[in-house]
Design a protein around this ligand. Structure first.
Ligand SMILES: NC(=O)c1ccc[n+]([C@@H]2O[C@H](COP(=O)([O-])OP(=O)(O)OC[C@H]3O[C@@H](n4cnc5c(N)ncnc54)[C@H](O)[C@@H]3O)[C@@H](O)[C@H]2O)c1
Length: 316
C-alpha cells in the first residue's frame, strides 16, 4: 500500500513511520517542512522511504499521486502557543491536504485531533460529549475535523479522527516532560512549574497511541470514525516533576533535588490561559475493538522521561 504521512519527521510521525515500515509492502512518503520535525528522527529509515521537504501551505498535489492512505499529522502542536494565526494556517494546510486527497482519489485519511476539542471536559469524556474548545489549538482541531468530515462525506473518502490525550515518548520535542528536563539541564537548583501543579491529565505512550490508531483503522469500516485515544488513568503535573527529578538524579544529570517554584498560573492554577485543568477521556469505544494501553499514565511518563534524557534531543 502507498501511504503518505504529513508531519512524518515530527514526534508522533517518526514513531509512526518506524511502525509502518515493519510491513515491507508499505511504500511510505513523508511530507514535512521541518519546522518542528527533525531529519535525524527519520534518518534511520531514509533508504526505505521517500522524504520531501515541502511546506503544505503550498500545493503538494504531485506527491499524492497513487497514494491510498494519508496520515495527516502536520500542524503546530503547541496548545500554549496557538493563536488565531496558527488556526488559519493549520486549517489551510488541512484544506490543501484534503484537496490533494480528493484530486488523487485517496481512499482514506487519518487525522490527529485532540482532547482539547471538548474544552472544559468532564471526567471520562465520551466522543459524543459537547465540543466547546477554550484554546485556539482546540478550535483549530475542531475546525479541521469539520472540514475532514465534509470532504469524507462529499467525496467518499474514509476518515479517521483521533482525539488524542497527551502523547509522550521517544522524539518528543515539546510538552511538560521535555520542558522540565530542559529547564533542569539549564538550572538544577530550581524547577519552574507552570500553574499550581495540580493540573491532572491522562498521558499515553506514543507506542500505545500508534497501536490504538492502527486497531481503529483495521477494525472500523464506517465512512467517518471518531475515536478518543488516551489512558484510563491520569497523573498531575507535580507528580510528573517528581518523576523527572528522580530519573535525572539516577541518571546523574543533576546532583541534588531542585526547589519547585510554582508560577501559580491563571484562573485556578492552570498553566496558561486556555489550559484545560483536568482531562480524562472515555476510551471504551476503542477498547471494544481490542485496544488496551500497555503502559498506564505514570509508567508512560517514566518511560518517556528516560527516553527524553537518553536520546540526546535536548538542546540547552
Ligand atoms: N503530542 C501530543 O501530545 C498531541 C496530542 C494531540 C494531538 N497531537 C497532534 O498530533 C500531530 C503530531 O504532533 P507531534 O506532537 O508529533 O508534533 P510535531 O511538531 O513533532 O509534529 C508535527 C510535524 O508537522 C510538521 N509541519 C508543521 N507545519 C507544517 C507545514 N506547513 N508543512 C509541512 N509540515 C509541517 C512539523 O515540521 C512537524 O514535523 C499534530 O497534528 C498535533 O497537533 C499531538
Amino acid at each position: 500500500m502507498k501511504l503518505l504521512i504529513t508531519g512524518g519527521a515530527g514526534f508522533i510521525g517518526s514513531n509512526l513511520v518506524e511502525k509502518l515500515i515493519e510491513k515491507t509492502e508499505n511504500e511510505i512518503i513523508i511530507i514535512d517542512n521541518l519546522s518542528g520535525g527533525r531529519k535525524e528522527f527519520i534518518e534511520p529509515f531514509l533508504d526505505k522511504i521517500k522524504f520531501h521537504k515541502v511546506d503544505l501551505l503550498n500545493n503538494a498535489d504531485k506527491y499524492f499521486s497513487g497514494v491510498e492512505e494519508v496520515w495527516h499529522l502536520a500542524a503546530n502542536p503547541n496548545v500554549k502557543d496557538s493563536s488565531p494565526e496558527t488556526f488559519f494556517k493549520d486549517l489551510k494546510i488541512t484544506k490543501n491536504v484534503l484537496e490533494s486527497c480528493k484530486r488523487n482519489k485517496v481512499k482514506r485519511i487519518l487525522f490527529t485531533s485532540s482532547s482539547t476539542v471538548y474544552g472544559e471536559s468532564k471526567i471520562n469524556t465520551p466522543e459524543n460529549c459537547e465540543t466547546k474548545p477554550i484554546s485556539f489549538y482546540g478550535a483549530t482541531k475542531l475546525a479541521c475535523e469539520s472540514l475532514i468530515s465534509t470532504y469524507c462525506s462529499l467525496y467518499k473518502i474514509q476518515g479517521f479522527i483521533f482525539r488524542l490525550a497527551n502523547i509522550i515518548g521517544k522524539n518528543s520535542t515539546h510538552g511538560v516532560i521535555y520542558d522540565f528536563v530542559q529547564k533542569l539541564l539549564k538550572n538544577e537548583e530550581e524547577l519552574e512549574i507552570l500553574g499550581d501543579g495540580t493540573q491532572t491529565k491522562s498521558y499515553l505512550s506514543v507506542e500505545d497511541c500508534i497501536n490504538g490508531m492502527l486497531i481503529a483503522r483495521d477494525k472500523s469500516e464506517n465512512l467517518i470514525n471518531i475515536f478518543n485515544l488516551g489512558n484510563k488513568d491520569w497523573i498531575n503535573v507535580k507528580e510528573i516533576a517528581e518523576i523527572v527529578v528522580e530519573e535525572m538524579l539516577v541518571g546523574g544529570l543533576i546532583k541534588e533535588r531542585p526547589k519547585f517554584k510554582f508560577t501559580g498560573g491563571v484562573e485556578g492554577g492552570r498553566g496558561w490561559k486556555g489550559d484545560v485543568k483536568e482531562m480524562l477521556l472515555d476510551i471504551s469505544k476503542l477498547e471494544k475493538l481490542g485496544f488496551r494501553p500497555k503502559y498506564n499514565s505514570k509508567e508512560s511518563v517514566r518511560k518517556s522521561v528516560k527516553e527524553t534524557i537518553h536520546n540526546k534531543i535536548i538542546t540547552v
